[in-house]
Write a protein that binds this ligand. Sequence first.
Ligand SMILES: *Cc1c(COP(=O)(O)O)cnc(C)c1O
Length: 463
Amino acid sequence: MSRSAHPAGPRHADVLPEGHYSAPADDLNALDPKVWAHTVGRDADGVVTVGGIAVTQLAEEYGTPAYILDEADFRDRARAWRTAFGNDADVFYAGKAFLSRAVVRWLHEEGLNLDVCSGGELATALSAGMPAERIAFHGNNKSPEEIERAVRAGVGRIVLDSFQEIVRVAHIAQSLGTRQRVQIRITVGVEAHTHEFIATAHEDQKFGIPLADGQAAEAVRRALQLDGLEVIGIHSHIGSQIFDMSGFEVAAHRVVGLLRDIRDEHGVELPEIDLGGGLGIAYTSDDDPREPHEIAKALTEIVTRECEGARLRTPRISVEPGRAIVGPTAFTLYEVGTVKPLDGLRTYVSVDGGMSDNIRTALYDAEYSVALASRTSDAEPMLVRVVGKHCESGDIVVKDAFLPGDLAPGDLIAVPATGAYCRSMASNYNHVLRPPVVAVRDGAARVIVRRETEDDLLRLDVG
Ligand SMILES: *Cc1c(COP(=O)(O)O)cnc(C)c1O
């Protein structure tokens, strides 16, 4: 990524401060289709619209801040993943990216499966009618109660994450008179984030059982002996926001190596491998994600080739995209409250939300883009930092971006690609109320997760 541009025409600085930003786009009113949901555009008055509805109308009806989700786009992306992998593979949407009952229904209708990683996510999935056999239960410390609920519900698989859990799940399944289908999550010594991956020494993390030192092989050995378990495969998840497929290549090579060792030792060919999620999306115009069909082709080829090399039948592949499905489908709509130019530095734009509705910037130094949404403007670009209303100077939503120089209180601005890990990680910091999620489709909008109220807050506070 080229991140050292020297844009012309900033309003408040002759020399721009250091930062991670590109030159302002030639036209600040343009909406790069890479970072915006499919149905986003501008109407004749220059107002941003989604699903045929103007954001000014959405703000009036539902207030700000609000997450605005393009339902048609969500379904399109879910279907694209499903179609790309076809009938010989399974796509599990990673619920932790964003989960609600409406989303569960859309996934069900579009033929996807679902990953959950807590009792709460499991309850949401079941209450919206996702068939239990299409649910995978994840997590590095599932409680005995959660395991029991999952086994009783009949989830399609539990992904085992430790030696203790192998025994725990086996005992619970056996005591319930059943045999639970499980995968064993291993760490293959690959960690991938964005454009790089590192192929050594990344077993130093809480998830999975290390392949190194024969630990993963030992886990399989133990699991195969337990009556309560049916071991169906091996699971590997190597990171997040990944663009480069070479990390998956190394991971697949190592997972298949383990499958071969298992065949040689136990005479069984495990029927499934799960390569996890982590596929990247465009947060800014500098990001170039791959299409699901390219990813499916690459992963299938890698696994097939590796299995041929090991003379194994090609197992059924599953993948677990979260961000790549929901991330691009939503934007956060904010109202500008204050505009504070700091000479020689940048202009601070305060919005009516912040780190409580988007913690990713503070947590991961994530990059976002932003656009003036309630109108267009021909004013010169100004370098801005979009900040929230919280009592914390790290409360930043968009670290470096350009907005028109005539930006004023009352304007609506929109931050795209906030569908993943924003609402699902939202907090009540400063007793700020979590925003609603409004789904828009074909000219109609509806709230799928309502705005939190002060009554909601006070109800929890039992004095
Ligand atoms: C987080 C996670 C995913 C989804 O990651 P994305 O980056 O949202 O695609 C998939 N599988 C597992 C095991 C995860 O922990």
